[in-house]
Design a protein around this ligand. Sequence first.
Ligand code: FES
Length: 653
Amino acid sequence: TDDALVIFTPSGKRGRFPLGTPVLQAARQLGVDLDSVCGGRGICSKCQITPGYGEFPKHGLTVAADALSEWNAVEDRYKRIRGLIDGRRLGCQAKVMGDVVIDVPPESQVHKQVIRKSATDRVIEMDPATRAVYVEVAEPDMHEPSGDFERLAQALKDQWQIEDVEADLTLLRRLQPVLRKGEWKVTVVLNKCNHDARHRLLDIFPGFDERPLLGLAIDLGSTTIAAHLCDLRDGRVLASSGLMNPQIRFGEDLMSRVSYAMMNPGGDVEMTRAVREAMNTLAKALATEAQVPPEQIYETVFVCNPVMHHLLLGIDPVELGQAPFALATSSSLSFPARDLDLTAINPAARTYVLPCIAGHVGADCAAVALSEEPNKSKDMVLVVDVGTNAEILLGNETRVLACSSPTGPAFEGAQISSGQRAAPGAIERVEIDPVTKEPRFRVIGSDLWSDDPGFAEATKATGVTGICGSGIIEVVAEMRAAGILDAGGLIGGPDQVGTARCLPEGRTFSYLLHDASAEGGPRILVTQGDIRAIQLAKSALYAGARLLMDEMGVDTVDRVTLAGAFGAHISPKHAMILGMIPDVPLEKVVSAGNAAGTGARIALCNVAARNQIEEVVRHIHKVETAIEPRFQEHFVNASAIPNAVEPFPNLAT
Ligand code: FES
């Protein structure tokens, strides 16, 4: 016969093709995911495939050694210059000459999947808004006058089926010299967000150009800004970094920043400028770390709470400080990154901002929903993003509710007498012996416990400097479990508790966790005021979760996901001893790490995910904690440890 059977793995797609059909073309016709940047010209090497020879009993097929055309000069040249793994062929060069089984390795798939760095290890499918293609443009012809841009657009249509391309003036100014320099062969960078009807031409290079296209996924928090620099071709994270939000000098928490804007004319502009400068610094730092030029960053995706959202965009957040907490817009946004003064990155770069859910529940919460997908869960799942403002999602595939709860910065170590941010030297793990009431602890930067031999030596460089958020949760929970604290949160006196570590402080007592004063170091105490701050924070968190459970009509949840950079470090057992989260079997509490950051990465790498989250957000029902009387009631009950009324049967086991 003059046609042959071609079977692609792993997709299993198959079809018959005339002898001489290039493998790339067969893949295209069957809808097999095989990459190509050069359009089959043997330049990009993205189309690599692995043909299988011999017996394939599963397919009832014997593949002859000459099932593909012979190795050609293009492949030869490619192999000489850059190497081609043994057994691989270029799909655009190898032609089908007989029945054949062809494997498409993961690197050659456009929609390759990258493993997310999360407890659940799900994958991100690549479908970026920005991509590069190589195109050969017709030369100008006096007899058929047309503009260079129009011929480029026509070439994109003919060679890539890309219709409707637009270019701004900055690009048009560069177009002619680049086309001529490349002798009418160019690589163009195109972007098409889910908001766009047309492709946007972001950049153009002479000839075939392989420079990686990069994107920034940014979780803009009130305290810290965390960003991932990603390769938009394969989703790899090239560098991750964070810095303090410089707006802290205008107010520790969100509401104090809103008040700053209200009290100081131009205050919002100052805060906007500060955060945008920080973004540029961060972009440069990440590019330096990854050893790539920052101009290769063509996209940024932002997730942030509503106040940060407005301040980033340069919108006065004053309306967010008062009922009814109206956002300027809750929709997702797509616009040029230069509108945010992001001058460190490519001047043509684009920005996408996830939608906000409501005046107190921001795009960061939407990103958590995108990452954790409560809307696809059969179980009733509670997702808590622990921060200065806790954002809480509750739901399953039928319904998802959201609220935010003002926990304050105590969980981050602020407002705690010996509190500090998570840094080497900070106490992060605590155990207290229930009999002797003696503590042992671990600090960030060392694996040793404080009573292990060698601890002093191991921590000599940093010392023991304070307690970070996870350490505070543990020490308070351990104090309660050891009977140093009563259910109301009162620290007992030395006689009552039976340890000299309970020291009088005015009319209350403090617990001495660590004393290095003899060596000139600090005395680390847990004061009654610290306990009160943690009680307030944990009550707010619990009350928010409980309010959502009321609204949902459930008394228990099936599982709990702790999200947030800080959430990742919380010990589920201690969180439950405190009554921060509702009672649930301990093994049903998982940590998702920085889920908002992961959600930003997903939206960066997959343009369809942007549609998805916009749709999900439309269906998330927002519960306003500030006006809900039951919130107060739950809050008061939750101030006891673990709770004045709610049972915690799983704590007993
Ligand atoms: Fe570019 Fe084959 S498609 S080398």
